[in-house]
Design a protein around this ligand. Structure first.
Ligand SMILES: [Zn+2]
Length: 322
């Protein structure tokens, strides 16, 4: 399999805007569009391949979510329900279709990378996914796109070991839960703690056959790049060496940015360049650079767009310059 092409795939659909969360909700309709519009005029835009996803087939969603839950989301949205959980996961009649499109974006990104049409890929989608539980919507998330993408990479493309790196400021409780007893998917999360959603303690390390395949790095409020760098160097990179992934997926939230209104971490725009470089180093070492990144959180639109631009600028850099 030849994966050494220079191109980075950028996956986006204008309909991501149609998932309406109502007034005063931080997960605003224009989040993905704002990132897309910034990247489109970036000085590396010509290095990107632009892809438009289709809806994921529900049988792929059902690899990670109960069929009854998938029906519940579909029915609730089509009936015009505006809330899918007891908290803040809003919906509108279009939300089911848009959530399927967002999962479809993650699957298309996997296809592009695994089939060697791009070196890496970024799915610029919404709503986010990593809080969605097997049978419950949660934390603005309907379906866990990255979890479905991991199963898809295994079952469609025959890859064995998938490493998920979740640098969203919130712990990805949904992703952790889905793979907690599964040694074929290694889940690494670095997050503010204690904080929403309350999970992600350092001693939660997996269960049964999955023991040792979950690695949580909880950080107190106010941490910055020094702590992230240490965690990546001293915990993530050695764990990846032991695990030897065939593909790396990033839950790329940008809400650990200093300017994010929902959290209290202190990352700057350029810190996302360094995080990206470190993950690319792991991908170069273990899996022929195969790397798929999926947008999760990030709620200051300006900081979100700048951080995503920093991330993409490194992903799309020609190999010798990284
Ligand atoms: Zn988040």
């Amino acid at each position: 399999m030849e994966t050494n092409t220079a191109a980075t795939a950028f996956v986006y659909h204008p309909d991501f805007e149609l998932h309406d969360t109502g007034l005063f909700h931080p997960e605003t309709a224009n989040r993905a569009k704002t990132v897309f519009e910034r990247i489109r005029v970036s000085d590396f835009a010509q290095r990107l391949t632009w892809l438009t996803p289709e809806k994921a087939a529900t049988h792929w969603i059902e690899k990670c979510h109960h069929p009854d839950y998938v029906r519940f989301v579909e029915d609730s949205c089509l009936q015009g329900q505006t809330l899918l959980d007891a908290g803040d996961t809003r919906s509108c009649p279009e939300s089911y279709r848009v959530a399927l499109l967002a999962t479809g974006g993650a699957l298309l990104a996997v296809d592009s990378v695994v089939e060697g049409r791009s070196r890496n890929a970024f799915s610029c989608s919404r709503p986010p996914g990593h809080h969605a539980r097997p049978a419950d919507a949660m934390g603005f998330c309907l379906f866990d796109h990255i979890a479905v993408a991991a199963r898809y990479a295994q079952q469609k493309h025959g890859l064995k070991r998938i490493l998920i790196i979740d640098w969203d400021v919130h712990h990805g409780n949904g992703t952790e839960e889905i793979f907690y007893e599964d040694p074929s998917v290694f889940y690494f999360s670095i997050h503010q703690y204690p904080y929403y959603p309350g999970t992600g303690a350092a001693n939660d390390t997996g269960k049964g056959e999955g023991e040792g395949y979950t690695l949580n790095v909880p950080l107190t409020t106010g941490c910055g790049m020094r702590e992230y760098r240490e965690a990546f160097r001293n915990q993530l990179i050695p764990a990846a060496r032991r695990f030897k992934p065939d593909l790396i997926l990033i839950s790329a939230g940008f809400d650990a940015h200093r300017e994010d209104p929902l959290a209290g971490m202190n990352l700057e725009d350029e810190d996302f360049e360094e995080l990206t470089r470190m993950v690319m180093g792991i991908a170069d070492e273990h899996c022929q650079s195969r790397l798929v990144s999926i947008l999760e959180g990030g709620y200051n639109l300006n900081a979100l767009a700048r951080s995503a631009e920093a991330h993409l600028s490194v992903l799309s850099r020609p190999t010798q310059d990284v």
